[in-house]
Design a protein. Structure first.
Length: 95
């Protein structure tokens, strides 16, 4: 019977997963990822929304990433930074 060595097992698993991030990761879902996952992705890659792209004169304490197409693709061109008021107006127009 084989002797158990949890430390060796952990090292082997760690080595097999090394460098597998993004599209190489086992859990990568691509365009099938959830709504929340895609918003987390846009925030991770482009940071926190800091101004309103509809009107830079809008003074607000809250800015958000809003999806433009309604298809939720992974890419900066499918999102824009807007203030809360503009985001609500955009969502009303698409419903």
């Amino acid at each position: 019977m084989r002797e158990r060595n949890p430390e060796l097992h952990r090292q082997r698993i760690s080595a097999s997963l090394a460098g597998k991030i993004g599209q190489k990761a086992r859990c990568w879902k691509g365009e099938d990822a959830s709504y929340v996952a895609k918003h987390m992705w846009i925030h991770k890659h482009y940071g926190k929304a800091t101004f309103c792209e509809n009107d830079k004169a809008h003074k607000s304490t809250r800015f958000e990433w809003a999806n433009i197409s309604g298809k939720y693709h992974r890419g900066r061109s499918d999102y824009k930074q807007v203030c809360k008021r503009c985001h609500i107006e955009m969502d009303r127009k698409t419903v």
